[in-house]
Design a binder for this molecule. Structure first.
Ligand SMILES: NC(=O)C1=CN([C@@H]2O[C@H](COP(=O)(O)OP(=O)(O)OC[C@H]3O[C@@H](n4cnc5c(N)ncnc54)[C@H](O)[C@@H]3O)[C@@H](O)[C@H]2O)C=CC1
Ligand SMILES: O=C(O)/C=C/C=C(\O)C(=O)O
Length: 500
């Protein structure tokens, strides 16, 4: 496979950029991956164009797969399931470890292509590649250390009872464009660790690292059919995959409206396992006892990391009125020094997303919000989708800017007077994914932390992750949890066995 060989050999940004220049506008063409073979999609003239976010240039041709292609992937996964579901935990663990080592050997190559394809900085891409490796290592070892128990039924000493788990079957794994490799592996690793097989459909906007991951599966000798990758549009390939009768479970991360569609598409099949991790409009609460410098650092990182394109980003910052002015000026100064486009943060992912984020900024202007820093972009320098980190105040609580997930480098600042008001403001949103509390008061951490509508509450920190703990949201932010035993629940069926 010529393209894989080319990309695989490039592990520094300069070589990758020379390679792209030498292709002289001829895009990289990706292929589906079924049964451990790269193969052409059915309608081989039909491609989705994927662009370089830094320049707007055409970067890749992504197969526009059809329902027929999806069927091939599902059939491959179904054929592999009887064998794979019976392999020993040790065998699966060894293969997951080999996958982790193979990515690790090509860490820089993965980071370079993730950065080119998604637009994130190389530093950020490196962190995410490391975390993708950790996903495989974590589930490789988790399955070796699971505990179970056998009990005797009360009053019946000759009857014992125990719980047994078995893999569900073929999974549809659907992932978004904001942390492409990390979020895909967050689902693929437990899927194969718990004995399921699958078909993964990465976002059509950022498909390159998933294509490289397919080569990792080959090199790590994952048996054919255990994990297949189909590329294509959500409305066609994604939808066909979710609806496929051969698919027994769906795990999805992405936007809330797509999550709602997937819920509708699976609701009639009651036995299908469904796990949905959706959007957020997350509050950061800054109380009046904080160290301002530290609070600014955490709140800014929560707002602007990955150009605000993480579902966990804190895009509504509420600050106690007593420290509002001092926090506001320190925050703006910090953002201007530390989140500079092109230098420390990248563009947003696509032209479509640029237009969406820009429309919120235009609305802010029309509604007379105060732009403390940042602006409505008027041009695309060098054709890229650059948006300057923007801090707004004086935004009406009912404005779309305050209520909807913008998913870009845009944050609002608002004052509050009391703890009770802070909780009301934080919870005044249909989402319930994440939140940050900044305070030194331990009693308040509990009082407030336990009343916030959010699946994840970070106190004096943000994006601290422990892969064994529950990850997911409440309200419109999703259904179910993943991580450690929660992922096990997604990918396995539970039966209770009584033996006399
Ligand atoms: N993790 C998160 O919270 C994310 C949130 N978003 C939000 O969602 C908005 C829309 O972004 P999109 O790129 O359109 O995200 P999306 O949620 O539509 O895309 C995520 C994945 O779902 C697939 N998909 C789309 N429609 C589908 C369907 N009907 N059935 C099955 N799969 C389907 C896509 O191809 C992609 O692989 C963004 O502006 C952002 O606000 C986007 C990405 C991640
Ligand atoms: O686990 C993390 O660190 C980040 C997860 C991010 C998402 O799930 C998302 O943005 O969709």
């Amino acid at each position: 496979m010529e393209v894989i060989r080319d990309l695989w050999g490039l592990d520094n940004p300069d070589d990758a950029s020379t390679y792209l220049t030498n292709r002289a506008g001829s895009p990289i063409c990706l292929q589906n991956f079924f049964n451990n073979e790269f193969c052409d999609h059915e309608e081989s003239h039909n491609w989705i164009e994927s662009f370089n976010p830094r320049s707007g240039e055409l970067l890749a041709h992504v197969p526009s797969s059809t329902a027929g292609d999806v069927d091939r992937g599902v059939a491959a996964a179904a054929r592999a399931f009887p064998y794979w579901s019976q392999t020993s935990r040790q065998e699966r663990s060894d293969i997951l470890m080999r996958i982790a080592s193979t990515i690790s050997d090509k860490k820089e190559m993965f980071a370079v292509w993730e950065s080119i394809d998604q637009g994130k900085s190389l530093a950020r891409a490196r962190i995410e590649v490391d975390r993708a490796i950790s996903n495989f290592r974590y589930f490789a070892t988790y399955i070796l250390h699971e505990e179970g128990s056998v009990r005797f039924v009360d009053g019946q000493p000759s009857t014992m009872t125990y719980e047994h788990r078995s893999p569900v079957g073929v999974f549809a794994i659907i992932s978004p464009w904001n942390m492409p490799l990390y979020l895909l592996t967050w689902k693929i690793a437990p899927c194969i660790a718990f004995g399921c097989t699958g078909v993964a459909k990465p976002s059509e906007v950022t498909s390159i690292t998933a294509f490289l991951l397919a080569e990792v599966f080959k090199q790590a000798e994952l048996p054919p059919g255990v994990m297949n990758i189909v590329f294509g549009a959500g409305a066609e390939a994604g939808s066909a995959l979710v609806k496929s009768p051969g698919v027994r479970g769906v795990t999805f991360t992405g936007g809330t409206s797509t999550g709602n569609c997937i819920r509708q598409d699976t609701v009639a099949d009651i036995g299908k396992h469904v796990s949905l991790e959706l959007g957020g409009k997350n509050p950061t609460l800054v109380f009046n006892d904080v160290d301002i410098e530290e609070a600014v650092r955490v709140a800014a990182s929560a707002a602007f990391e990955n150009s605000g394109q993480i579902c966990l980003c804190g895009s509504r910052i509420y600050i106690h009125r007593q420290i509002f002015d001092v926090f506001e000026s320190a925050f703006v100064e910090y953002v201007e020094c530390n989140y500079r486009v092109r230098d420390t943060i990248g563009p947003v992912v696509s032209n479509e997303h640029y237009t969406k984020v820009r429309s919120y900024l235009q609305q802010a202007e029309e509604e007379n919000a105060t732009f403390l820093t940042g602006r409505v972009p008027t041009e695309k320098p060098q054709g890229g989708y650059w948006i300057t980190p923007t801090v707004l105040s004086d935004v009406h609580p009912q404005s779309r800017i305050m209520r909807e997930e913008i998913f870009g480098p845009v944050v609002t600042l608002c004052p509050f007077d009391t703890e009770a008001e802070a909780i009301l403001l934080a919870n005044d949103n249909s989402n319930g994914l994440a939140s940050v509390l900044l305070t030194k008061d331990l009693a308040r951490m509990r009082r407030v932390g336990e009343r916030i509508d959010a699946g994840l509450v970070w106190v004096n920190c943000w994006l601290v992750r422990e892969l064994g703990t529950a990850f997911g949201g409440m309200k419109s932010s999703g259904i179910g949890r993943e991580g450690g035993a929660h992922s096990r629940d997604v990918f396995t069926n539970l039966r209770t066995i009584h033996v006399r």
